[in-house]
Ligand binder design. Sequence first.
Ligand code: SF4
Length: 490
Amino acid sequence: MPDPAVSAPEPVLAGDGPRDACGVFALYAPGEHAATLIYYGLYALQHRGQESAGIAASDGAHVLVTKEMGLVNQAFDHAKLAGLDGHLGIGHVRYSTTGASTWENAQPAFQVTPSGGGLALGHNGNLVNTAALSRSLGPNGEKCTTDSEVLAELFAQDMGEAGGTGRGGLEQAIAATVPRLSGAYSLVAMDERAIYGVRDPHGIRPLVIGRMPAGGLVLASETGALDIVGAHRLRDVAPGELVVVDEGGLRTRRVASASPRFCAFEYVYLARPDHRTDETTVAAARREMGRLLARSAPAEADLVVPVPDSGVSAAAGYAQESGIPYAEGLVKNRYVGRTFIEPSQTLRQLGIRLKLNPLRDVLEGQRLVVVDDSIVRGNTSQQLVRMLRESGAAEVHLRISAPPIRHPCYYGIDMATRAELIASGLTTDEIRDFVGADSLAYLPLEGLEAGSGLPMASLCRACFDGQYPVPVPGDTVTGSEPTLFSLDEP
Ligand code: SF4
């Protein structure tokens, strides 16, 4: 479960910990009001970003963008959606990894093309060579404050150099720009007449294609967003693949050699349980990880209690494998979101109670196996164990359905800096003592493979083992921070 950043000098966030870094959606559906369907698609992706939401739409002649800070239902009302006319468009929900959380940095990013048209894009991921790309743009790069704006500038610049003015202009620009990009990106983009989707050569972040009942096509970060608009999943966009949807239908081309390294943490925490991949669902993956955890780290206990929400499926798997009864002993407040709290000691203690409330009548006198998805800084786990003991638990055996997180993510997930990651400096026994549990065990690294159904070589698990699929200068040696790649980089 995410940790409150209790030691931060500034007002901090309840639930600060691993946070998602955006969800994207694109739709081409003749006869439909695209913005309305995109709105519902974004609803299903809300867990991937809660800072801002935006939609761009086109009626075939003009690209219009509306974006606001806040949740999807705060960002849009009927009038705003009605103003976004047209049968194609893209949408985005954001959690900031580069660039501040401001309206200007909300997406879709918009760029006027050299021919006077418009292009819009939405980005899930994080580029690790943003500063170099930005410098290559000259004065235009200086005004960019996010990697997504840099991408929009790069596409427009390429269209200008190529003289690309009509159909094929943005497609060619994306294809020409991809070899210059380094990092994680699942992009959706659009111009007046087409939507585009592209995934980095490693396919680190997800992107899936679906078909609407009447024949339109959808691109989305997760299949839950397809379901909500009635689309059925066709397949994932392949790593290094560019797909284009226009009046001619779907066409696809390879723009980079594929070397799959899908984010293992999507299975552990990020994706919604109903997300489907070629191999499995996220819920099934988590159950399998829980079963494996029960085999590798058994405990003498009376109840298996999940930490909701992302610990639920793993706890069910643990209970199934161990034969220990499953019980809901923690109630989650689903409406907390990103609540700012003052960093006074009293209010820090409130951190976990804002999100979770224990059921004393379930917990009292019981020996508990408590299943959570991750430990980042350790503060939340410490508060959780304390709260369970205060609620009468006789023993607390903490089981984590992921390996220890020892390294930062540079590919679009805001976890913590390396120095803040408790497992980067302490052994499992030391962490157990810090959080105050009777025992503590993590999922073995191989459990990611068993859960996801993907071979280890196809998974990015860099935050667990430090093996970064895209080079990260200086990280493993110096413990540098993700801000290494900020646009302020000299
Ligand atoms: S470092 Fe971790 S969170 Fe980041 S992409 Fe790799 S597996 Fe996912």
